[in-house]
Design a protein around this ligand. Sequence first.
Ligand code: FNR
Length: 194
Amino acid sequence: MYRVAVLVGSTRQTSSNLKLARALEKLAAGKLAFNYIRIDNLPFYDEALWDDPPAEVIRLKREIAEADAVLFVTPEYNRSIPGILKNAIDWPSRPYGDSVWSGKPAAIAGATGGVSGTAAAQAHLRSILPMTGIALMGTPEVYFQSRPGSIEDDYTIADERMRTNLSIWVDRFSDWIGRFAEPREATEELRKTA
Ligand code: FNR
């Protein structure tokens, strides 16, 4: 089992991206333990704040550092990622030389009501992340068009073909993480989230 830090680029409770993350978590039960990382209480990036770093920034860096892998689940805002997610990527990449992203296996997913399924946002994210030193999985990709009922209340993906594809994606992500990290024992603490 691997511990995955999950960063969702939307903070609203009814977020389709949070729902997609929950659906992936369900498909990954017993393989990946998701830890949802809070990003809505971070200050905007300010280099001067490193003189006395805010507790939220320290906490964010620690939670990333402790994870075996990272999953970004992003909405698409004007053909890019939301500013809140970019801010949460910038903080842990600093101070210079002390990025906690370095060498961390990662993957991307995203949901939108639009037919593109966040393809443009994910392309932007793929151009940003390599600068942080993160080890980003290339394929398979997740482009999810969110419709009423496409994810059920218990976070089951309604469409069988999509469910199968996402299940394969979970396995591939798990394999990807295995290239970088040793699996953890499925302790009670991890089982709680998986
Ligand atoms: C959007 N949305 C959007 N959708 C899309 O497919 N391409 C886009 O470029 C945009 N641009 C955009 C800009 C802004 C400022 C907002 C607020 C929204 C729609 C967006 O993807 C949709 O609202 C998602 O449902 C947001 O994700 P959550 O909050 O449901 O996770």
